[in-house]
Each structure stands twice: as structure tokens, then as C-alpha cells.
Write a protein that binds this ligand. Structure first.
Ligand code: DGT
Ligand code: CA
Ligand code: CA
Ligand code: ZN
Length: 583
């Protein structure tokens, strides 16, 4: 088992012990041990193999033996027993606002509440307010929290849906009776949040394939199975549909189930206008609904279907009835960016602020995945909760980055780290003065503590854009998908200001943000504003967000030229210098 998984289990043991009311020293020891593991730079396997766990701070014999067991066997009976002794509903209750382990324990001990549903009933019966340490206000807060979570209970982050869909698609592809298969629906269109996953297969043996699908590992529950369709719930809670059609129907079914519904409606109207009928089974020479193969206009691929309707092939990301038909009719669809064109990320964190890894680790990983550069933009001092850097630490970090880059130069490595900051946008300006910013290669300005009024947030963002040393605005709406709404802001006015000042806008590629939203990018692009697809990486594996960010950029009609970080290092440096030279 790897370091991060071991750390997560230690963390969970700490929480479980808290729920059981264990003494705080013991529970804290597990939380601290998890932190310690996250910050070690040597491979954990090596430390275990050399029997050196005892050298880690706070690792007594009991902890050492548990970690060693996890690393070598991948399991820990102590953890498994502990987990099965605590109702899973208690852990779920911890996600509610203002509810910590102590309160959960109290609710469980005194009211017998063991799930979120039971907690809701207890609140509605006014039993929670009466408990010591709770009161009316916190009872209401719990009820609001439950309602808020329920609102999103059946929606999922795109990244989670992609991870869940991948092994299922692989398994379908491997089945001997499956001829073609694909994901469709909102997942294929790269929507930022997903209701359910849709699969389409073509086969001569639909029953065999459907039987196989509902029995796949990863399927937690079967909701229904008919002759051509099955619905299941995957482990992790995402629902998935599979449709089985004949091979001649595949292109039509794929197009239909990819949607969107709005896009499909226009497609069908175009068919009708030509005296035809379009549905999930085909495009038919018919004035009525039909599934008659004799009447079908043969299309082996979606490209051929679009061609029949006098359209260029419309990439799935654009199928939202947002102007794609006009463009496809007149050969004006943009050539959408490919994620492989990205050369690095310009907004990332390290353990200098709230990231997990060292500069060396970050650089090595970025190189390994084929990047040409990677900017280090840790938080500025106002973000104290994220361990933001003051000027002194920032200077130190710059020196450390310069030394690393010197090493790369000596080794003949082309890769470079870029110095930078994610500087906080404050009420009266930025968290660093201009002379500090001017020495950094990359400056991202972000609003982390917004005001209540729209006009005030708009003013602050525009002012940041007007600063000649700010290259780009970070996560400009501040939304956290399925969790927190955007702050109030006039994004159109902000985009206009960026256009005027030559400031770029980030497409924050974290699956929880995907901010600026794809719906705004066409306007930004028309205004000439450039996009930067940034990982906002806090850990090495966040580098994979580049790909996710690119699929959402495609949804915003962006081409390679619209995206700054498709440029090689020398061109990027020129582009970075440009804004400052306007001044
Ligand atoms: P989701 O699952 O809520 O994230 O969004 P979708 O777009 O994946 O929707 P879903 O799973 O209900 O259906 C998949 C596609 O099937 C949808 O994008 C378009 C097509 N579809 C489903 N129901 C209808 C319908 O009533 N009319 C039309 N024209 N298309 C439909
Ligand atoms: Ca769907
Ligand atoms: Ca569906
Ligand atoms: Zn940020």
C-alpha cells in the first residue's frame, strides 16, 4: 500500500476513535501521524524495509507496527474491526456543517441516532435542540445542511464519473459479443457535473451483454434490466445506463444518447425538414416514426449522420444548441484544443503553502508527464490558513527555484520551474506590492474572501486585472461545484476589463471548480481574452487535471491558440512579458 493510502487510513482511524469517544491524545496521535506521512519525501516502502519508522516524529511501537502491516500486506485487521464497530451513518453525519465527532457521539449515545435520516427526524421532532451543547440554532443549521446535501445527492463531479466509467467501458469492450461501445450522455459532452453515466453498445446478443453488464465488478445494485436496456448503481453511488442496439443502429444510438436533448431536437427538426425521420434507431426515409431497417439511410459513423443533415461533424462537447448548428452549416466550427497540446500549468502549490510536495518532487513529476514548464504559485500571506508566504519566504522560495533551474541547465534539461505567486485580492488591492510582484515570472490574482455585494467583487477583480504585474485572474467565480455557489460578480464586466488590459483568465481545472465556467468562454474568446488551463495542483496527482481542464475548454469552444499554456517556454516567456511592457 502507498503512502497516501496509508495516511488516509490513519486519518480515518483517528476519526473512528473520536466517534468512539477515545481519549484525545490517542486520536490526535493518528491525525498527526497521517500529517507526518504526507510530508515525508523518501518512499515509505523504503523506510519500512529498512525498519526506520521509529525515526518519524510521534511514531511509537503500536503505530510503527500498524503502518508496517499496511505497507507490506495492504490490510490492517485492527482498522477493519474498528470500522465495522462504528455505524457508517455516523461517519456520514460528520459531513454536516458544525457537526464534529463529539457531537455525533452525543447524538448517538443520547438519542440513538445512527444515520443522517435519523438525525433529520430527530431535528424535526425538536429533540436535538434540547441536547446540551446544541440549541435551536444548531438544530436548524443541521437541517439546512441536510437539505443542501440532498439537493446534490444524485449529481456527481465529472472526474468521479470518468473514473467510475472507465473500467466498465474497458470490460464491455473486452466482451466477445460486443461489436462497438462508447460512453454517451453528459459524460461524453464533458459537462462539469453528471447525473448518470450512459453506455451504448452494439451487439448481436443483447441479453448476454446486459447479463454481463449487471454482474460486472463495480456494480453495487441492479435497478432494472430489460431486452435492450439495463440500469445499475455503481459502487460509489453513481447510476449508469446501458443500451444495446444492432451494429447498423450504433451511430444513431450514440448520437441520440449523447444528447443534449436540446441538440437532439434540432437534429430531428433538420431530418423532418428533409422529409425524413431521426430517432435513436436510425435516420429513415419516412414521414412517420419507424424502426424499419428497409427505410434506414445507412450511416456507419456519427460523421456520416451529420453529413446527411448537411453539417460538419459536431464534437460532443459542443452539442448544447448554443450556436453549433450555424457554425457546422457554414464550415465555421472551431478546431478544438487537444489536451496533449498543453505544456504545463501556471497555478500550482507546494508544501511551502498548502500543497503537499516539495519543489523537487513537483519538478520531477511535471517533467515525467512531459511538461516543459510548471509555475510555482503558492499562496500569499493573507491566506494564513493556507500557510501563505510573506515576502521573506517568497524570496527564499525564489532562490530555491533558481537553484533547481540552474541544476536543470547544467544537466542539459530543458524543463524549467517558473517563480510566482497566487496573490490574494484584498479589499484595497493586492497582498504584495508591485515591486515584489514585478520580480516574479508568473502572477495569478485570486479573490479568496469575497464581499457580499456584486459591485464590490467586480470592482476588486477589475482592479486586479488593471495591475500590470498580474498575468491572470484565478478561479474567477469562486464556485465549488456541488458545494458552494459562485460569489456575486459581474463576470461580463470582468471579462471586458481583462480584454482591455491584456489579462488572461484561468480555467481552473480542479474537478471541484472548473472555473471560469465553459458557458462564459465564448464571450471571452470573442473579446480576445486568452485562457490558461491551470491544475491549481496541491499534490502530484493533480497534474492529471490538465486533461479534464482541456475537455471543459473544448466545451467553451476554445482552440489551441486561445490557450496560453499550449505555447513552448520561449513563447510563453514572451507572452508573460507582454502585459508588463504595455505599462
Ligand atoms: P445527466 O445524466 O442528467 O447528466 O444528462 P444527460 O444529458 O446524460 O441525460 P440523460 O442521461 O437523461 O439522457 C442521455 C441523453 O439521451 C440525453 O442527453 C439526450 C437523450 N435523451 C434522453 N431523454 C430524451 C428525450 O426525452 N428527448 C430527447 N430528444 N432526447 C433525450
Ligand atoms: Ca446521463
Ligand atoms: Ca441516463
Ligand atoms: Zn486559489
Amino acid at each position: 500500500m502507498k503512502r497516501d493510502e496509508v495516511a488516509a487510513i490513519l486519518e480515518e482511524i483517528g476519526v473512528l476513535l473520536e466517534l468512539k469517544g477515545e481519549n484525545p491524545f490517542k486520536t490526535r496521535a493518528y491525525h498527526n501521524a497521517a500529517r507526518t506521512l504526507e510530508s515525508i519525501s523518501e518512499p515509505l516502502e523504503k523506510i519500512v524495509a529498512e525498519n526506520r519508522l521509529g525515526e518519524l516524529k510521534g511514531f511509537g511501537e503500536a503505530l510503527q507496527s500498524k503502518v508496517a502491516t499496511l505497507v507490506t500486506t495492504g490490510r490492517l485487521p485492527y482498522y477493519e474491526d474498528l470500522k465495522s464497530s462504528v455505524p457508517p451513518g455516523l461517519v456520514e453525519m460528520l459531513h454536516l456543517p458544525g457537526v464534529g465527532p463529539k457531537k455525533v457521539k452525543k447524538l448517538h449515545d443520547e438519542l440513538g441516532v445512527a444515520s443522517v435520516e435519523e438525525l433529520e427526524a430527530a431535528c424535526k421532532a425538536d429533540k436535538v435542540a434540547a441536547l446540551e451543547g446544541f440549541g435551536e440554532k444548531s438544530q436548524q443549521k443541521i437541517l439546512d445542511g441536510i437539505a443542501f446535501r440532498r439537493q446534490f445527492a444524485d449529481r456527481h463531479h465529472l472526474s468521479d464519473a470518468l473514473i467510475a466509467a472507465d473500467p466498465i467501458l474497458e470490460a464491455l469492450r473486452a466482451h466477445p459479443d460486443v461489436l462497438q461501445c462508447a460512453t454517451a450522455g453528459s459524460l461524453r459532452r464533458s459537462k462539469e457535473v453528471i447525473g448518470d453515466i450512459d453506455f451504448v453498445v452494439s451487439t448481436k446478443a443483447p441479453q448476454e451483454v446486459l447479463d454481463y453488464f449487471v454482474e460486472l465488478p463495480g456494480v453495487a445494485q441492479v435497478l432494472g434490466k430489460g431486452d435492450t436496456k439495463a440500469s445499475v448503481v455503481l459502487e460509489g453511488g453513481i447510476q449508469a445506463d446501458l443500451r444495446a442496439v444492432s451494429d447498423a443502429e450504433f451511430a444513431f444510438a450514440l448520437a441520440y444518447f449523447t444528447g443534449s436533448k436540446e441538440h437532439n431536437i434540432v437534429m430531428r427538426q433538420r431530418a423532418i425538414a428533409r422529409g425524413w425521420r431521426l430517432n435513436e434507431y436510425g435516420l429513415f426515409r419516412s414521414q412517420e416514426e419507424t424502426r424499419d431497417p428497409q427505410l434506414r439511410i445507412h450511416c456507419r459513423t456519427e460523421e456520416e449522420l451529420y453529413r446527411q443533415l448537411d453539417l460538419d461533424f459536431i464534437p460532443p462537447e459542443l452539442r448544447e444548441d448554443q450556436g453549433e448548428f450555424e457554425a457546422a452549416e457554414s464550415g465555421k466550427l472551431p478546431r478544438l484544443a487537444e489536451w496533449t497540446a498543453l505544456k504545463g500549468s501556471l497555478h500550482n502549490h507546494t508544501h511551502w503553502s498548502d500543497g503537499r510536495n516539495t519543489l523537487e518532487e513537483v519538478a520531477a513529476h511535471a517533467q515525467e508527464i512531459g511538461c516543459a514548464y510548471w509555475a510555482i504559485t503558492d499562496h500569499s500571506k493573507a491566506s494564513f490558513q493556507a500557510n501563505g508566504l510573506d515576502v521573506t519566504r517568497l524570496q527564499k522560495q525564489r532562490t530555491a527555484i533558481r537553484e533547481l533551474n540552474d541544476q536543470f541547465a547544467n544537466d542539459g534539461t530543458a524543463f524549467r520551474l517558473l517563480t510566482g505567486s497566487e496573490v490574494d485580492i484584498l479589499k484595497d488591492g493586492l497582498d504584495f506590492p508591485d515591486d515584489v510582484l514585478s520580480e516574479l515570472e508568473v502572477v495569478v490574482a485570486s479573490l479568496h474572501v469575497p464581499a457580499a455585494e456584486e459591485s464590490e467583487n467586480t470592482r476588486r477583480l477589475i482592479r486586479a486585472a488593471q495591475n500590470p504585474f498580474v498575468h491572470m485572474l484565478g478561479h474567477p467565480s469562486g464556485r465549488l461545484l456541488l458545494e458552494r455557489k459562485a460569489y456575486r460578480v459581474d463576470l461580463k464586466a470582468v471579462i471586458d476589463a481583462c480584454a482591455e488590459t491584456g489579462t488572461w483568465i484561468e480555467l481552473n481545472a480542479s474537478p471541484y471548480r472548473l472555473d471560469l465556467d465553459w458557458r462564459h468562454w465564448r464571450y471571452a474568446r470573442e473579446k480576445g481574452v486568452r485562457c490558461v488551463i491551470n491544475c491549481d495542483a496541491h499534490r502530484l496527482d493533480h497534474a492529471s487535471y490538465l486533461r479534464l481542464g482541456a475537455s471543459v475548454a473544448r466545451k467553451g469552444w476554445l482552440t489551441r491558440d486561445d490557450i496560453i499554456n499550449t505555447r513552448p517556454l520561449a513563447e510563453l516567456r514572451k507572452a508573460l512579458a507582454e502585459k508588463r511592457s504595455r505599462h
